[in-house]
Write a protein that binds this ligand. Structure first.
Ligand code: ZN
Ligand code: ZN
Length: 360
């Protein structure tokens, strides 16, 4: 089967033929219908996160189960599934508390599931999404309705769940609250929709790209602020007469995190959502932070408990409250994977989707 192989950091991915291993206990094999590119894929591609090469990157994916190994009870051939980069073991302290998104997932990561000419290849998230077929632990996949279009389903694998869940689960948003969202990529646009769904009445979107701010407005932002034209923290403080109730940092940079903390009111909450580069440190003035009673909290995968929350997210898509179409501005084939990475890097495309065959 064909897959996009990362052989060297920063170099174009190569389309190669890989061999899948035979299924072992608790594994499923999935024929991929669609995958999508997340900023973390760019981080891996650029070598900014420790990751072995050669490897198959990509961690947002949807497809159809082709075969299941021994001991798989939750999934069967023919099921439509979405892959998740953090599988859960089911028995560690985090899983026992129900916080499956905090599981290290090590038990679901097997290093030798695909091979190139007999040499085992590492796969991101335990499956490596940029491939025609993938193998992974059953806890890395969740069933979704067959009627859910693959180009939407794949987005639930990371970015959309992360943003939506940050608003629904991590943030203490109350009806009538004012929130600010820094960064209007797929994650930020999902935060905006989550904030609208929970009842925030003022949603201030901050970005550098006018096109993304237009999409933010269409999806629920009440105010848009172009940070290349205005000093974002000062402007937000002025607009809100003292600060927003909740700020979401969806860029993954220490500077914008410090700005997000500046933008909230006394006692307000800043939620860290964007993935930071390895080694990045956050620097905020301690005395001001303490005396204003502000809170700073990190949201891992939007605190999405895949076994229960994906059904809720799908219900929001079906009801029209969560609109994913504006996020998908361009589709690519697997052969065009490097164009897809570049389109996300340059900001031309909010969420590049790799289609395997014709998607309706
Ligand atoms: Zn666990
Ligand atoms: Zn991701």
């Amino acid at each position: 089967m064909k897959a996009a192989l990362l052989t060297k950091y920063k170099k174009p991915l190569e389309i190669v033929d890989l061999t899948l291993s035979n299924l072992v206990e608790n594994e499923v094999r999935v024929r991929v219908l669609a995958a999508s590119v997340c900023h973390t894929d760019l981080t891996m591609h650029q070598g900014l996160f420790p990751f072995p090469v050669p490897s198959v990157i990509g961690h947002e994916v949807t497809g159809v189960v082709e075969a299941v190994g021994a001991g798989v009870h939750r999934l069967k051939p023919g099921d439509s599934v979405v892959g998740f980069p953090v599988g859960y073991c089911g028995y560690c302290p985090s899983c026992n508390r129900g916080d499956t998104y905090l599981c290290s997932g090590e038990q679901t990561l097997r290093p030798d599931r695909v091979a190139l000419d007999g040499t085992p290849i590492f796969t991101m998230g335990g499956f490596g999404a940029f491939a025609e077929e993938i193998i992974g632990h059953e806890h890395s996949f969740v069933q979704v309705p067959k009627a859910l279009p693959p180009q939407q389903a794949t987005l639930l694998g990371c970015g959309v769940s992360t943003g939506l869940g940050a608003a629904l689960h991590t943030a203490p948003i109350k009806p009538g609250d004012c929130v600010v969202v820094i960064g209007c990529g797929a994650v930020g646009l999902s935060v905006i929709q989550g904030a609208r769904i929970v009842g925030a009445t003022r949603i201030i979107a901050v970005d550098l790209a006018p096109g993304k701010l237009d999409v933010a407005k269409a999806l629920g932002a009440t105010d848009c602020l172009n940070a290349s034209e205005q000093q974002a923290p000062e402007t937000v403080l002025e607009m809100t007469s003292g600060g927003a109730d909740v700020a979401f940092e969806c860029v993954g940079k220490p500077e914008t995190t410090a700005q997000a903390v500046q933008m909230i009111r006394r006692g307000g909450t800043t939620v860290l959502v964007g993935m930071m580069e390895l080694g990045a440190s956050i620097n905020i003035p301690g005395t001001d932070f303490l005396t204003t009673g502000k809170r700073l909290v990190a949201s891992v995968l939007g605190e999405t408990r895949v076994k229960v929350d994906i059904d809720r997210y799908v219900a929001l898509i079906e009801s029209g409250e969560l609109n994913l179409d504006p996020l998908i501005s361009r589709r690519f084939t697997l052969d065009e994977i490097n164009d897809a990475l570049e389109s996300l890097e340059s900001g031309q495309v909010i969420k590049p989707v790799i289609a395997f065959g014709d998607l309706s």
